[in-house]
Write a protein that binds this ligand. Structure first.
Ligand SMILES: Cc1cc2nc3c(=O)[nH]c(=O)nc-3n(C[C@H](O)[C@H](O)[C@H](O)COP(=O)(O)OP(=O)(O)OC[C@H]3O[C@@H](n4cnc5c(N)ncnc54)[C@H](O)[C@@H]3O)c2cc1C
Ligand code: FES
Length: 275
């Protein structure tokens, strides 16, 4: 059992939880994730390790209430426990040699996944710019946390209600065109956002890492549920990723595969609400 030691709402649908998980906290690195089950009948759900404290033995998860399982998790309180948490899973983020200046681009709840990346790179002494995009002011998350972990933070909102009006891709293009000289870009958020960030960086030849979120089941490379096509080859995001070279990813296939169970998931949530 994994005890919830802290719970905090970051906006109306995004929740931060700190879990007592000393063995995971000991080994976790940026880019890795856990798979949890709320109880013995729960689905296996992947969530990124947004932060960890090796001394306290805790890990932090930040999740959007998207459907049945995340809703059930959101209903737990401080002091309650989660049945299973497996991790750390996946390959830690690795940018390669010679990278000195990076732009981390996050979209919506993807900022929860982008945050540990910015923190780790900034902590290693790299120059880090962050561009974080949200639909509107009400759902901006982690602004104060990002400010402490980067050289320059740009918050964008689609409707212009806060920060810079427009999409993260516009802000990124402006920065690149004004001579920001990034050695690498890390993009994490909705699949279309990552696809368009890659379209911005490709003509400039900037290495772009994306964190993919296919449907996962076992998280150990056995079931094939999370397969994605990268550079024409089949990869398993749970063991080969979730980070990949964005210029090689077949995003259209990923979007199609991610919508496979849409109708079933919607029905599950409606049935749960009707109970
Ligand atoms: C490596 C990885 C890291 C992730 N990290 C985060 C995170 O830090 N914060 C966060 O809010 N979300 C994260 N997600 C997405 C999160 O797993 C889904 O939002 C969650 O599974 C939704 O489940 P549900 O039952 O609440 O909703 P459902 O209604 O069942 O599903 C809503 C949507 O979530 C996705 N989804 C559902 N089941 C799975 C599954 N087993 N595996 C992957 N995606 C699924 C599908 O796109 C689906 O359409 C991550 C996904 C992956 C693969
Ligand atoms: S989740 Fe089963 S192979 Fe990756």
């Amino acid at each position: 059992m994994f005890k919830i030691v802290k719970k905090r709402a970051l906006n109306s649908s995004v929740i931060l939880m700190e879990l007592d998980a000393p063995f995971i906290a000991k080994k976790a690195l940026a880019g890795q994730f856990i798979i949890f089950r709320v109880d013995e009948k729960g689905e296996r759900i992947p969530l990124t390790i947004a932060d960890y404290d090796r001394e306290k033995g805790t890990i932090t998860i930040i999740f959007q209430v998207a459907g049945r399982s995340t809703e059930r998790l959101s209903q737990l309180s401080e002091g309650d426990s989660i049945r299973d948490v497996a991790g750390p899973l996946g390959v830690p983020t690795h940018l390669g040699e010679g990278v000195k200046k990076v732009c981390v681009v996050g979209g919506g709840v993807g900022c929860a996944i982008a945050y540990p990346q910015a923190k780790e790179l900034f902590g290693k002494g790299l120059e880090v710019d962050v561009i974080a995009g949200f639909r509107n002011k009400d759902i901006v998350i982690l602004e104060e946390e990002f400010k402490k972990q980067c050289n320059d933070l740009t918050i964008c909102t689609d409707d212009g209600s806060y920060g810079k009006p427009g999409f993260v891709t516009d802000a990124l293009k402006e920065k690149i065109e004004s001579g920001s000289n990034y050695d690498a870009v890390i993009a994490i958020g909705p699949v279309p956002m990552m696809k368009f960030v890659c379209a911005v960086t490709k003509p400039f030849g900037i290495k772009t890492i994306v964190s993919l979120n296919p449907i996962m089941i076992d998280g150990t490379g056995m079931c094939g549920g999370c397969r994605v096509t990268v550079g024409g080859e089949t990869k398993y995001a749970c063991v080969d990723g979730p980070d990949f070279d964005g210029h090689q990813v077949d995003f259209d296939e990923l979007m199609k595969r991610n919508s496979t169970y849409k109708e079933y998931e919607a029905n599950c949530r409606l049935m749960a609400q009707a109970k």
